[in-house]
Design a binder for this molecule. Structure first.
Ligand code: ADP
Ligand code: MN
Length: 516
């Protein structure tokens, strides 16, 4: 195939105000946009229009300029791409230095010298020169820049007789290759070669092309959004890779940023992508809960999981990394139970190792506020209270679960109702400390609503009885607590002796199905 056909003229970026203001030679050739006087008066609109114009003129470059590459806070050494690029640059410099040494050695004192210019990795005009630093906008539209290298026509040669120049001519070919560099992705750094009568050998051009294409693919997938880099910092490289894979697989569209960094987990917001299977629909917005793989914080949670019979056999055999996965797994199973009971809570999308993807409670990247942060009308407050009372009962009776960390911190207000989240530590009521956890939950809920002015709110002991179905009559906290512990002990003894729990703990008496 005639390669000339490939060297199609690259699209010229239209002139826009962004560079005009910077370029003293800029020939104003703006596209006029007609609008009413009122519109002209609107500063907001003017800004928007300018942005729109800039975006149309330099779509990709604008994105790069905003990215972590150019902002003050970098250089972000946690980004693999960044590191690779930094290494590549270093390598190129060393390569060129070596090339210069060889050039010198070959030429020696000879009158005719050979130039290795074309083989340099870093073009002289591309290297750091703080003195006459020009920004890309000026360079791209430099009015003094040489005309585009001439290319041979389709027939493959120009001229006549002995003046004929074929497409294989080294100079023409080199120029053509240089011109073709403009077809590379705009964020691919090609230096000023295009405007400089640089002649690229086929070999160099092909290597460059390969590199440009793979760079393009990589950056399109992994660095779609600048937020990646900030989000990345919160997690270790292995987790990052796991998140990248989810984006790469198309399951997630983009991971926009971090919504919460807790002691035990980091939560990200993401836009959902496409599902691999037809049955499963990925929600338009997702929350990604990454359980931290540093163990320290999890040590004090042992009590939740160690005594949970669902995990008992596995606990002792597991290494620390697997125990953390188990937290994620627990959260997934508990959420599924709640979902099945119709309790408003995030819907599980997928679990991969210690990363749990679920539906996002909130909208347009804004998570629903926690109950502690939202000011509700007294009517809504009362509504929320009754809803929670109901949910606690459902959780206990239908899901056979005790939240175990229930408070205004783990309840979100969204769509006019309360949503329960954060259930990795939830246990079954027959857990050796299950009833104590329930009592603590009741205390948090009662206090919050009593302080919040809900006069109907039961006190913690009444609430405990209402949720569990027990009828503990102690009228003070200490005695009440003692009775709870006695109940737990009774159950433990029963399990020890008879291998099963007491029936009064759960409504149906059957052990829950725990599917692996
Ligand atoms: P932890 O408290 O253990 O760090 P959480 O599950 O409570 O973990 O999540 C921390 C915070 O992240 C929550 O308080 C909430 O603001 C946000 N969050 C968690 N899951 C979701 C979700 N599915 N939708 C919206 N926000 C969420
Ligand atoms: Mn929480």
């Amino acid at each position: 195939m005639d390669p000339v056909g490939v060297a199609a003229a690259p699209p010229e970026a239209g002139p826009g105000p962004a560079w005009q203001s910077k370029c003293p030679w800029g020939a104003p050739n703006t596209t006029s946009i007609s609008c009413s006087l009122a519109d002209v008066m609107s500063e907001q609109l003017a800004k928007e229009l300018q942005l729109e114009e800039e975006n149309a003129a330099f779509p990709e470059v604008v994105a790069v300029a905003e990215g972590p590459f150019i902002t003050g806070e970098n250089i972000d050494t946690s980004s693999d791409l960044m590191l690779a690029q930094m290494l590549q640059m270093e390598f190129d410099r060393e390569y060129d230095a070596q090339l210069r040494r060889e050039e010198k050695k070959i030429n020696g004192d000879s009158k005719v010298s050979i130039s290795f210019e074309n083989y340099r990795k870093v073009h002289p005009y591309d290297s750091d020169s703080s003195e006459d630093e020009v920004d890309w906008q000026d360079t791209r539209h430099d009015p003094y820049r040489a005309d585009k290298p001439t290319t041979t026509p389709r027939k493959g040669f120009i001229g006549k007789g002995k003046d004929i120049t074929t497409k294989h001519d080294e100079v023409v070919c080199g120029r053509k290759n240089t011109a073709r560099m403009e077809n590379f992705a705009p964020e691919f750094q090609v230096g000023d070669g295009i405007g400089m009568d640089l002649k690229l050998s086929n070999q160099v051009f092909n290597a460059l092309k390969q590199h440009a294409y793979s760079e393009e693919r990589r950056s399109a997938r992994l660095h779609e959004k600048k937020e990646h880099s900030t989000a990345e910092k919160a997690v270790d490289p292995k987790t990052r890779l796991l998140l990248y894979k989810m984006v790469n697989a198309g399951m997630l569209e983009t991971i926009t940023g971090c919504i919460s960094t807790g002691k035990e987990s980091v939560v990200f917001h993401a836009y959902g992508g496409k599902s691999a299977t037809e049955e499963k629909v990925i929600p338009p917005e997702c929350a990604i809960k990454v359980f931290k793989t540093t163990l320290n914080e999890f040590k004090n949670r042992d009590k939740y999981i160690k005594d949970d019979y669902r995990f008992k056999d596995r606990f002792s055999k597991l290494n620390p990394r697997k125990i953390i996965r188990m937290w994620a797994e627990k959260e997934m199973h508990n959420l599924t139970r709640m979902q099945n009971a119709g309790i408003p809570c995030p819907q599980v999308v997928i679990l991969k190792k210690h990363v749990l993807v679920m539906s996002f409670i909130g909208q347009d990247q804004v998570p629903a506020p926690k109950l502690k942060d939202v000011t509700l009308s007294s009517e809504d407050m009362k509504k929320a209270y009754y809803q929670i009372l109901n949910m606690m009962q459902q959780l206990y009776k239908e899901c056979n679960l005790v939240h175990a960390d229930l408070s205004e911190y783990n309840m979100l207000w969204h769509d006019g109702k309360v949503w329960l989240i954060d259930v990795s530590q939830s246990v079954e009521p027959t857990h050796p400390h299950g009833l104590e956890f329930l009592f603590r939950d009741c205390r948090n809920v009662s206090q919050f609503f009593q302080k919040g002015g809900v006069s109907e709110a039961l006190n913690e002991r009444e609430l405990f009885n209402a949720v569990s179905g027990f009828n503990i009559t102690a009228d003070n906290e200490v005695d009440f607590q003692a009775e709870i512990e006695a109940l737990e002990k009774m159950n433990e003894d029963h399990v020890q002796n008879h291998g099963k729990k007491l029936s009064m703990f759960s409504s149906d008496g059957d052990p829950p199905i725990y599917d692996e």
